[in-house]
Write a protein that binds this ligand. Structure first.
Ligand code: PLP
Length: 413
């Protein structure tokens, strides 16, 4: 295989060698089903529980609060659907019983009829316009089922507006979902403040921490997060594995029904190698976290500075302050981001024009438009995301190549 320089760690990451090493036995000698009664099964079961303990320790939470899923998308779907179906129902009941008081809100305003029946209420979710499609598309589907959704705007720097959040809360609000860090522009959201608003109003708070976990410290209890989604493949772990954190006391309802795996909350034979690999990646990422943040911030700033000073017409997208250490996103005037990505690929350099999930479609990035960029600026945006293995030599080579290719694209125009 040809040598590549990989600068697309927000899309996915290369598993650490130790991750593969940890996984291999569970694809070979230790292939048992964790539900089997004999020793081979017990070995797998213990590996799953050990992985749960390892992951819980990185978050300062109890192991019982971690539910393994197939990834971030499933965890996001679970959190949203759970909150609407179960918590929403409970809230409607409590409201009807008079156990929930809403300042200045009448029953009529809350959408309740005389008996306070659930059928007559439209549960309400608050989220942001810059969420990942795993959240946005689920919200769209919920809207089709009659759920009301408020999509909060962000400012030009890509940070959600908390005043708008306060104003959006109403008696029917069953969930507030705000991502930890954005997958395109890397902006870190005011999660603690948003969770406080949720808590004050007795509303569940969900956070999509897929881009944050393993990149910056994440402490759901301190932040007041009720539900949190994480994915294994963004932190040098395997694909197809992730988890939902559901704080103690949450009466979680099943995502999948069948066997009794994951305390009957997520049925299906466990992805043992994936779970073990994700835990190994989580352990390593957290062990090296401080050094990783320091190295990536330095390298990112150096790389960014080269692009900004050496290429005319480069504009940073998103805050320069509250941003993931490894994220660079900029628009390069007069250059098509997709064309630049394709030319860089020919030179063995991997970056993104938008988030990987919408790459390949002609749709403009909803994040670029949300921060007020014009369609031209959105089309000329590129995302470069660093990982622990990137070096200054790679950054220099990529910066030189980008400068050369931008010139070529501009001359061809
Ligand atoms: N949420 C965010 C913020 C993401 O960046 C991604 C993946 O890019 C997901 C959710 C989906 O995670 P997964 O790929 O594990 O389904």
């Amino acid at each position: 295989m040809r040598q590549i320089i990989y600068f697309d760690h927000a899309a996915t990451t290369r598993p650490f060698p130790e991750v593969l090493e940890a996984m291999l036995p569970y694809y070979s000698a230790s292939f048992g089903n964790p539900s089997s009664a004999y020793e081979l099964g017990e070995e797998s079961k213990q590996a799953v529980e050990q992985a749960r303990n390892t992951i819980a320790a990185t978050l300062n939470v109890e192991p019982e609060t971690i539910y393994f899923t197939s990834g971030g998308t499933e965890a996001d779907n679970w959190a949203l659907r759970y909150a609407v179906n179960e918590t929403g129902r409970k809230r409607a009941y409590e409201y009807a019983e008079g156990n929930v008081k809403w300042d200045g809100m009448s029953r009529k305003h809350a959408g309740l009829n005389q008996t306070g029946k659930w059928e007559n209420r439209r549960p309400h979710i608050i989220t942001t316009v810059i969420e990942h499609h795993a959240i946005l598309r689920t919200c769209e589907a919920l809207e089709q089922d009659g759920i009301r959704v408020t999509y909060l705007p962000v400012d030009r720097s890509g940070v959600v507006n908390l005043d708008a959040l306060e104003r959006a809360v109403c008696p029917e609000t069953v969930l507030i979902s705000v991502m930890y860090a954005n997958n395109e522009i890397g902006t870190i959201q005011p999660v603690a403040q948003a969770a406080r608003i949720a808590g004050r109003n007795g509303i569940l708070f969900h956070c999509d921490a897929v881009q944050a976990y393993g990149q910056i410290p994440v402490d759901p209890k301190r932040l007041g997060i009720d539900l949190m989604s994480v994915s294994g493949h963004k932190l040098n772990g395997p694909k197809g594995i992730g988890f939902l954190y559901a704080r103690q006391g949450i009466d979680l309802k099943p995502m999948l029904r069948g066997g009794s795996q994951e305390k009957k909350m997520r049925a299906g034979t466990e992805n043992v190698p994936g779970i073990v690999g994700m835990a190994a990646a989580a352990e390593i990422s957290h062990r090296i976290l401080r050094e990783k943040i320091y190295r990536e911030t330095e390298l990112r700033n150096y790389f960014f500075k080269r692009l900004l000073t050496e290429i005319p017409g480069v504009k940073i997208n998103g805050s320069t302050q509250t941003r993931l250490p490894n994220n660079m996103n900029c628009s390069i005037s007069g250059v098509n981001g997709g064309a630049l990505v394709a030319l860089l690929d020919l030179e063995g350099i991997c970056i993104s024009a938008a988030s990987a999930c919408s790459a390949g479609s002609d749709e403009l990035s909803h994040v670029q438009l949300a921060i007020g960029n014009s369609p031209a600026e959105a089309r000329s945006a590129i995302r470069i995301t660093l990982g622990p293995e990137n070096t200054r030599e790679e950054a220099d080579f990529a910066a030189d190549t980008i400068r050369r290719l931008v010139k070529k694209l501009r001359e061809a125009d």
